[in-house]
Design a protein around this ligand. Structure first.
Ligand SMILES: NC(=O)c1ccc[n+]([C@@H]2O[C@H](COP(=O)([O-])OP(=O)(O)OC[C@H]3O[C@@H](n4cnc5c(N)ncnc54)[C@H](O)[C@@H]3O)[C@@H](O)[C@H]2O)c1
Length: 437
């Protein structure tokens, strides 16, 4: 058995084998980062397609270049497998599996449980296990560690455990993986030191906190902060609409204040795997402690209502043109939840389209990143943005502000435009046709 106190030297010498469970938006860049830093890395996923893609040097995540994957696969530093027995060969195991909500909006930690079961069966001592999936404070200490202790091995002596939240922001070109500080909190001081050491190899700065619970809470504070401030921006948009003001002008002008203000933008609703989901992990945990997380509840309500508000505004705009929603032809621009990504998870576009279709609208969509999508009525395909498609519909609705779309052309050709993202901010001609959120 490799002793835990030998692990630091193995990390320093780049001999420690790094395992990454879950090769998604978070896990794949992390695995690549460790391989590029000279560690032997094994990625694990239940999805054989992803494992095959890695083995073939093909990236399936927009920010991760295929060339970098194939380079590390060629050197032999990076490999991927669906065979979890290989976990026994790993000295450090990062868990990057999904943490969604159940239908009743409670945390679904079943992916974590399954990953820990897979680790426990192969726990051999001398290993550092790091949970990176966003989750409620206490998951590492109350769920992750007790499951591993069932192996009979001793925490802090035979194996180490830490929580290290992930901060990756897909499609954000401004920050490279290593330039965003990594927060780590271990179960014991040695656990924190080992986790800080391994992440110190691929991050410029590592921030140590005193416990895994504290590290879990850091992540939830960050994402709750965003959800609440987006909720405020959305409510300000509703206020500005009532006041006859342009919310974008108001927010942009407020953002010129060099201190004490941080810019958040309104939109058709929250999307992605994090912001709509993570605050509910915190409020769920707090409920179990008889504490009501009121800011979270309010922001969830405001943000959750935005797709309905947008659908109502679309109905009002059509009404101004003496058109009913029933039978109207609506062209939606943007299916992904945010600009320049293909990620559909929790996308508000899906909600807006569902609401419009339920009222009888004929909805088509264009998204350069999403060639097709499953909708309640079946599979829909992205239409080409031809002159005919733009000019023959009754209304164009911009739900995602992808950079690849020519908004001057959209406004020039469309009979009417409803812009929920201020994508048309620089359009000069035809502004009278545009209504903004
Ligand atoms: N996407 C982001 O921008 C982001 C940012 C910060 C934090 N996070 C958090 O990171 C975690 C992962 O998110 P993601 O976006 O990478 O998810 P993802 O869905 O892109 O990837 C998760 C991967 O894990 C695999 N998987 C699921 N269960 C598994 C198991 N038991 N064993 C092996 N593989 C398994 C899935 O097949 C999938 O490939 C979540 O907790 C999320 O909240 C995500």
């Amino acid at each position: 058995m490799i002793r835990l106190d030998e692990l630091a030297a193995r990390i320093d010498g780049r001999e420690a084998r790094i395992g990454v469970i879950g090769l998604g938006y978070v896990g794949l860049p992390l695995a690549l980062g460790f391989a590029k830093a000279g560690f032997p890395v094994t990625g694990f996923d239940l999805d054989a397609e992803k494992v095959k893609a890695v083995a073939e040097g093909r990236s399936y995540i927009e920010d991760v270049p295929s060339g970098e994957i194939s380079q590390e696969v060629r050197t032999g530093r990076l490999s991927a497998t669906t065979d979890f027995d290989a976990l026994g060969t790993c000295d450090v195991i990062n868990v990057c599996v999904p943490t969604p909500l159940t239908k009743t909006k409670d945390p679904d930690v079943s992916f974590i449980v399954r990953a820990v079961e897979d680790i426990r069966k192969r726990l051999r001592g001398g290993q550092l296990l790091i949970l990176g999936s966003t989750t409620y404070p206490g998951t590492t200490h109350e769920l992750f560690v007790p499951m591993l202790q069932e192996s009979g091995l001793v925490l802090g002596r035979d194996f180490a455990v830490a929580f290290a939240p992930e901060r990756i922001d897909p499609a954000n070109q401004q920050f490279a993986l290593r330039s965003v500080p990594k927060v780590v909190g271990g179960e014991t001081p040695l656990c924190t030191t080992l986790a800080a050491k391994v992440y110190g190899a691929i991050f410029d700065e590592v921030v140590e906190v005193s416990s895994s619970q504290s590290a879990e809470m850091v992540k939830l504070l960050e994402n709750t902060f965003r959800a609440i401030n987006i909720g405020l921006a959305n409510e300000v948009a509703l206020m500005c609409n009532r006041l006859g003001l342009d919310v974008w002008e108001v927010i942009d002008a407020a953002a010129t204040k060099p201190y004490g203000f941080m810019k958040f933008e309104p939109g058709p609703g929250l999307g992605g795997h994090c912001i709509p989901v993570d605050p509910s992990y915190l409020s769920w945990k707090m409920k179990s402690l008889n504490f009501s997380a009121r800011f979270i509840e309010l922001a969830t309500e405001i943000n959750g209502h935005m797709p309905e508000y947008v659908a109502q505004m679309i109905a009002d705009l059509l009404n101004e043109d003496r058109l009913a929603v029933n039978g109207a032809s609506v062209l939606v621009l943007g299916m992904a939840y945010k600009a320049n990504v293909s990620d559909l998870r929790e996308s508000p576009s899906l909600d807006v389209i569902r609401l419009l279709s339920a009222k009888g609208a004929r909805v088509s969509y264009h998204d350069p990143h999403v060639p097709e999508v499953e909708l309640p009525g079946g599979t829909a395909k992205s239409v080409e943005l031809t002159d005919e498609a733009l000019s023959s519909c009754d209304l164009v609705v911009i739900l995602t502000n992808h950079a690849a779309v020519d908004y001057d052309r959209v406004v020039a050709l469309a009979p009417r435009v409803y812009d929920t993202r201020n994508a048309t901010r620089n359009v000069k001609d035809g502004r009278e046709k545009v209504r903004k959120l």
